[in-house]
Design a protein around this ligand. Structure first.
Ligand code: PLP
Length: 415
């Protein structure tokens, strides 16, 4: 593989025009779309229009006239297409952490009603910390036990004690992807429900939540969906569960008739009851632009085509780095079927300064404590030549010990 070979792959790539949808700073190879997606070209004008026309001129009338009041459902319907569920089954609301609290609480309510002897939430020790903290807090409050184990041990813990299996589909640190269908089947056979966090999956890998046995799911708007910093998240409940219980954050936007202003709570039908308070409209408008960039791949083969390119990109990068940087250990699964859209390498000491040196060269990935260099590939805008060049930069940083420079060894608050 030469740089010209990489350029030839880009020239032959039918998805290449999708990159034109984005505002990418010159001289930057951006490999952190799994943490904060890049800015779509449409977003600035759309947010400006919402501010200047809809808010500035329309004022309060825009809740009806501009359709603000139904935007959580409308953007939700677009995301539904990306995760393999039906229109009307998914809404945009709040943050991933808050939505996880809602669905995990609802799942525990269902189990408490149907099988009160089940007292365990089963999850993976290396799950993203906010997921574990929310589960820890709910378990404590509701008298459940949070059982954490390694990924390979999960099936062994799906037994008559398990109430809920709560997992992140693609691991944030290693990029390892669970077999959602197999684990959900095992959970259901054991009598447990499943809650899936799609933070590193939605917009990155094809999903079919309903047919793969998910009972509840949440996901993130600012990663592969390109919704912008702090974009609202989404929440889905299988239609057979959506109306079984109130979710605990019973705010007025989840009420059946919020503008009747009645003192008692009456939950809205379906997934709308998972809304809580007034949506962050400006962020929601920006999120819609981001989701549209992913839907734009539809005529070119959609998520399946994006997935094929993502695997080709991560394979190329993994092969180059493994061949040229022997001091790094690949921390992501080599098998395509087990890998999300990122490639990670570990080094016992140098992860942080090496990433800082790369960022100074314009190759932006990130570092995840204690030892992981993380590189996310977003097939909407990542090119084969980017993967090739990033691997070359990484080799040079290591070969020249550029990471030794003092400024690369000062820790920032966000890594
Ligand atoms: C990014 C991420 C989150 C983010 O949660 P917020 O509430 O938006 O801060 C949650 N879970 C996982 C697995 C993530 O990767």
């Amino acid at each position: 593989m030469t740089r010209d070979d990489a350029l030839a792959l880009d020239a032959a790539d039918p998805l290449a025009p999708l990159r034109e949808q984005f505002e990418l700073p010159p001289g930057v190879i951006y490999l952190d779309g799994n943490s904060l997606g890049v800015l779509p070209r449409a977003t600035a004008a759309r947010v400006a229009a919402v501010v200047q026309q809809e808010w500035g001129q329309g004022l309060i009338r825009s809740w009806n006239a501009a359709g603000w009041i139904t935007l959580p459902q409308r953007v939700g319907d677009k995301i539904a297409r990306l995760v393999g569920v039906g229109a009307g089954e998914l809404v945009v609301a709040d943050s991933t952490s808050v939505n996880l609290f809602k669905v995990l609480s609802a799942a525990l309510n269902i189990v408490a009603a149907d099988a009160p002897e089940r007292r365990r939430i089963v999850s993976e020790r290396s799950n993203f910390p906010t997921d574990l903290y929310i589960a820890e807090s709910l378990a404590r409050e509701r008298g459940f036990e949070l059982l954490l184990c390694d990924a390979d041990q999960l099936p062994a813990h799906l037994d008559q004690r398990a109430a809920v299996l709560m997992l992140t589909h693609v691991n944030y640190r290693t990029g390892r992807m669970h077999d959602m269908a197999a684990l959900s089947r095992a959970a259901h056979e054991a009598g447990a429900l499943t809650v899936w966090d799609l933070a590193h999956s939605a917009g990155a890998v094809p999903l079919s939540l309903a047919s793969d046995g998910a009972d509840f799911a949440v996901g993130c708007g600012y990663k592969y969906l390109n919704g912008g910093p702090g974009a609202p998240a989404f929440v889905w409940a299988h239609p057979r569960h959506a109306e079984r219980f109130w979710q605990p954050l019973a705010g007025w936007m989840g009420h059946a008739a919020p503008f009747e202003f009645t003192p008692g709570y009456r939950p809205a039908p379906g997934i709308t009851r998972y809304l809580c308070g007034t949506p962050a409209l400006l962020s929601l408008a920006a999120l819609e632009c981001g989701v549209d960039t992913v839907l734009a791949a539809g005529p070119l083969g959609g998520m399946a085509a994006l997935r094929a390119k993502s695997l080709a990109l991560t394979r190329l990068f993994a092969e180059r780095v493994s061949a040229t940087c022997p001091m790094l250990t690949m921390a992501s699964p080599p098998l395509d079927a087990q890998r999300g859209s990122q490639v990670c390498f570990s080094h016992p000491e140098l992860g942080y300064p090496v990433m800082q040196a790369l960022i100074a060269r314009g190759v932006i990935g990130d570092f995840r404590a204690p030892d992981i260099l993380r590189f996310g590939f977003t097939p909407l805008y990542s090119r084969f030549v980017d993967a090739f060049d990033a691997a070359e930069h990484l080799r040079e940083v290591l070969d020249t010990a550029e990471w030794r420079q003092p400024e690369f060894n000062q820790r920032h608050a966000v890594t």
